[in-house]
Design a protein around this ligand. Structure first.
Ligand code: AMP
Length: 337
């Protein structure tokens, strides 16, 4: 028998790196006073349809969905945020601000390749009830500090700003107006994105963005000021970043600041994103909870481990044997004791 396609056995020979990751997560979350939350690896299917977006790639093509023996539709979680928002509301955690983290397996039916699996692991952080640009900056600072603590230095931090819900909607409409007359020149994939998630077209690295409407031109004064404050916080921490209009994130729920950290190590193939996240102020309310601002990120642990391997900072496996006891047959009991 063989393991399912897209899964990996983590053996005693490869576990050391995982422990390194977990130790860094423990110490840094403690320092930032971020508390752990553990939610089920499967949820009722509507949890993901409601959050990730009915028409997102994840929901339409990648979920492991099945009927349980009671004929209820269940889905193995493809990401962590939706289940945590469900729990935040069900457990009424929202009555005070929360800084939460999670780690665990996620499941997406994708074509496996280097850095892309069907069962993979994420570490994520979510802040609920924090609306200031300082919390976006704190989340970003936490993420890069964690990478640095692990010894990863070959990366670039890319930031984009989608404005609030209305600005994002207006910008999406501007893109539709721009692309619709030239639809025939777009690839098949981009044509379907135009119909379901036009922002995702910007994700396509082969597309020339020259001449396209920019989100900058649509930001209100208050939004400009927010972005300015966010940037000055990162400057104060001396965290360099690039503005990149291509960072739009695959999931529907993001508004405001969105970001990605990509490895720049030459050994990486096409899957360079180590982590990504952003603000999602509407999601808790969309789930039926009170209006609660939120911001977070998720890191792919297999990719972070690859970065550690390429940058030569993985610690060797521990041998583990400190003492050997030798004995004669007649002293076996004493030796055993
Ligand atoms: P996402 O939830 O798609 O924004 O993904 C967050 C992070 O999880 C990415 O930056 C990757 O590091 C990682 N990731 C996403 N999908 C996979 C996958 N299929 N296999 C391994 N890592 C993944």
């Amino acid at each position: 028998m063989q393991k399912p396609k897209g899964t990996v056995d983590i053996t005693p020979q490869t576990i050391r790196g995982w422990h390194q990751l977990e130790e860094a997560i423990k110490s840094l979350t403690q320092m930032y006073h971020i508390q752990e939350i553990r939610t089920p690896v499967f949820e009722t299917t509507e949890v993901f349809h409601r959050s990730v977006g009915e028409l997102s790639d994840i929901v339409t093509k990648e979920t492991y969905t099945f009927f349980d023996r009671g004929e209820r539709s269940m889905t193995l979680r493809p990401e962590g945020t939706a289940g945590i928002v469900r729990s935040l509301i069900e457990q009424k955690l929202y009555i005070q601000p929360q800084k939460l983290y999670y780690t665990g397996p996620m499941f997406r039916y994708e074509r496996p390749q280097a850095g892309r699996q069907r069962q993979f692991h994420q570490f994520g952080v979510e802040y609920f009830g924090y609306e200031d640009a300082a919390s976006d900056a704190e989340i970003v600072a936490f993420a890069v500090t964690w990478l640095e603590l692990l010894g990863i230095h070959d990366y670039v931090l890319k930031i984009n700003y989608l404005g609030d819900h209305e600005t994002k909607a207006r910008y999406t409409k501007a893109l539709v107006d721009y692309f619709t007359p030239i639809k025939a020149t777009l690839s098949k994939d981009n044509q379907s994105r135009l119909a379901v998630n036009p922002l995702r077209i910007l994700d396509d690295a082969s597309l020339d963005l020259q001449g396209l409407p920019t989100i900058e031109s649509m930001l209100s004064d208050a939004e400009q000021e927010y972005l300015q404050r966010f940037s000055s916080y990162l400057d104060a921490l001396q965290i360099p970043f690039e503005r990149d209009p291509r960072i739009v994130r695959g999931l529907d729920y993001y508004t405001g600041i969105v970001f990605e950290v990509q490895s720049t190590h030459p050994s990486f193939g096409s899957q360079t994103a180590l982590l990504g996240g952003g603000r999602y102020d509407q999601l808790v309310a969309e789930f039926g909870g009170p209006q609660t601002p939120a911001v977070g990120f998720a890191a792919g642990l297999e990719r972070v481990l690859l970065a550690m391997e390429y940058e030569g900072v993985l610690e060797p496996p521990k041998d583990g044997i400190d003492v050997a006891v030798c004995f004669m047959p007649e002293t076996a009991t004493d030796a055993f004791r």
